[in-house]
Design a protein around this ligand. Structure first.
Ligand SMILES: C[S@@+](CC[C@H](N)C(=O)[O-])C[C@H]1O[C@@H](n2cnc3c(N)ncnc32)[C@H](O)[C@@H]1O
Length: 247
């Protein structure tokens, strides 16, 4: 796959999972460069508009890629929403999305400082340096316009389960990294094709202008007759499918 937008040699090490952002044990982190590229491709599909976007991930895990997208593209994001079936994931997602606020950064600063005092490890000292840079940026950006965040527990394959958490939200973009066998499995669904069931459930919350991006392993077929495929990227064993609802 050729990158169209994230082409420079940007150093994303401050944003590494498990450094300042919390990681979900057992789940490999979504690549920051790819997350940024996907988001910028979505922006290209949506075209220029003055108001910022609401992004949602119904299988958010620790909301790592959502947090990274919001951090890197703050100007064009107004609201970030994540949901997951797993309670532990929901807790971590709240903490990661909390790092988009000065209070969350302050709390993380206290946590990492305590680890530096306890263990005197270079990795913790490095995390504290990254945090200081990120904190400055979050404080400045929040002063201009804070990003709203929301996290809730729900089954992505069941519209009824999602309804309360999404209320009357207008979702511009869904960018989701669905369970892919080796590291995470679809849970609490009897659907023979959970990815299809998720696409069906999402239809209740999308508008004709919404865009939905699904990252998965190449084994899962990401298609549904009520969506048009815009493009498909292949990166190693991962595929990323861009869809537009046909509403
Ligand atoms: C690949 S992980 C997502 C990791 C995420 N991209 C990140 O950056 O932290 C997939 C997630 O899907 C969740 N999941 C599994 N079955 C689900 C279901 N039926 N509804 C919602 N989430 C589900 C798992 O709990 C897991 O957190």
């Amino acid at each position: 796959m050729e990158y169209k937008f994230s082409t420079g040699s940007t150093n994303y090490s401050d944003l590494a999972s498990g450094h300042v952002f919390y990681s979900l044990p057992g789940h490999p982190a979504f690549p920051v460069r790819l997350a940024s590229e996907i988001y910028q491709r979505c922006l290209e599909y949506r075209g220029k508009r003055n108001s910022p976007f609401t992004i949602y991930d119904p299988c958010c895990g620790a909301a790592y890629h959502l947090s990274v997208i919001a951090y890197l593209h703050w100007d064009s994001v107004c609201q970030v929403i994540g949901s997951d079936i797993n309670e532990r994931a929901v807790q971590l997602a709240e903490r990661n999305l909390g790092l988009l606020t000065p209070a969350g950064m302050e709390r993380r600063s206290r946590e990492i400082s305590a680890m530096v005092r306890l263990y005197d490890k270079e990795s913790h000292k490095g995390a504290l340096e990254s945090l200081t840079r990120m904190q400055e940026q979050v404080n400045q950006l929040t002063a201009v316009r804070p990003i709203q965040t929301r996290v809730f527990r729900a089954n992505a394959t069941d519209a009824t389960s999602l309804r309360e958490g999404l209320r009357d939200t207008f979702i511009d973009m869904i960018i989701t990294d669905i369970p892919s066998g080796q590291h995470s499995l679809w849970e609490q669904t009897l659907a023979p094709d959970p990815a299809w069931a998720m696409l069906e459930a999402m239809l209740s919350f999308l508008s004709p202008k919404s865009i939905l991006v699904v990252a998965s392993d190449t084994q899962q077929k990401i298609s549904h007759k009520k969506y048009q495929r815009l493009e498909k990227l292949q990166i190693g064993k991962r595929q990323v499918v861009f869809l537009e609802p046909l509403l």
